[in-house]
Design a protein around this ligand. Structure first.
Ligand SMILES: [Zn+2]
Ligand SMILES: [Zn+2]
Length: 207
């Protein structure tokens, strides 16, 4: 699998463009404030964007949805519990910053254990709530795209609407720390890490 990381916008959100080695079918995981740089990369690599998946519906992760979908015709996928965030500026936090961000509706909603196929790759959907109620993690082999669930040495905020600290800790213990220890975690902000590193050193959630 090829993974391209883009860190964009004032919240320095990581967007990941992924595709199988032998196929031009691609998937974008989250779309932040700078969709143009991602569109240029897609064009340069001659990829066909099939899916845009939002790990969750906060503004920094969905700001580029409309533009990317319009330009590529990709399908938008998000967890069913996160759908209201796409169009509610209070929930998606854009109202906090004085604007009203709205994304187009999803083409398909996701649930725990759904599979997203991309050429020979299969991404399993884990429902990983806490930071937001319909947050998902996508797992493909020893790679996990964890959005704002866990970061290198940190965890997602839970001082937000519909967030739950207790639920987030449970998610990390039950869904993230149970993945193989050499699984690479690709977070929505900051550098990559691994399950093993966080299990033994994350100050917020020990084993
Ligand atoms: Zn978030
Ligand atoms: Zn974020």
């Amino acid at each position: 699998m090829k993974i391209y990381k883009f860190t964009v916008g004032s919240f320095a959100v990581n967007n990941y463009l992924v595709h199988p080695e032998d196929s031009s079918a691609a998937m974008l995981i989250d779309a932040g404030e700078d969709p143009e740089s991602i569109l240029r990369k897609i064009a340069r690599l001659k990829l066909q964007l099939k899916y845009l998946v939002n790990t969750h519906g906060h503004g920094d992760h969905i700001a580029g949805n409309e533009r990317i979908l319009q330009e590529t015709g990709a399908q938008l996928l998000i967890h069913e519990k996160e759908v209201p965030f796409l169009t509610d500026p209070q929930l998606n936090l854009s109202a906090l910053f004085g604007f009203r961000l709205q994304s187009p509706p999803p083409d398909r909603t996701l649930r725990e254990n759904d599979i997203i196929r991309l050429g020979e790759l299969q991404f399993r959907v884990l429902h990983t709530p806490g930071h937001s109620p319909g947050h998902i993690t996508l797992v493909c082999g020893k790679n996990a795209f964890v959005g704002d669930v866990i970061f290198k040495g940190s965890i997602g905020r839970t001082d937000l609407l519909q967030a739950s600290h207790i639920q987030l800790i449970e998610t990390i213990r039950q869904k993230i720390y149970t993945l193989p220890e050499d699984t690479v975690l690709y977070p929505g902000h900051g550098p990559d890490t691994t399950v093993k590193k966080e299990k033994y050193s994350n100050p917020f959630v020990s084993m």
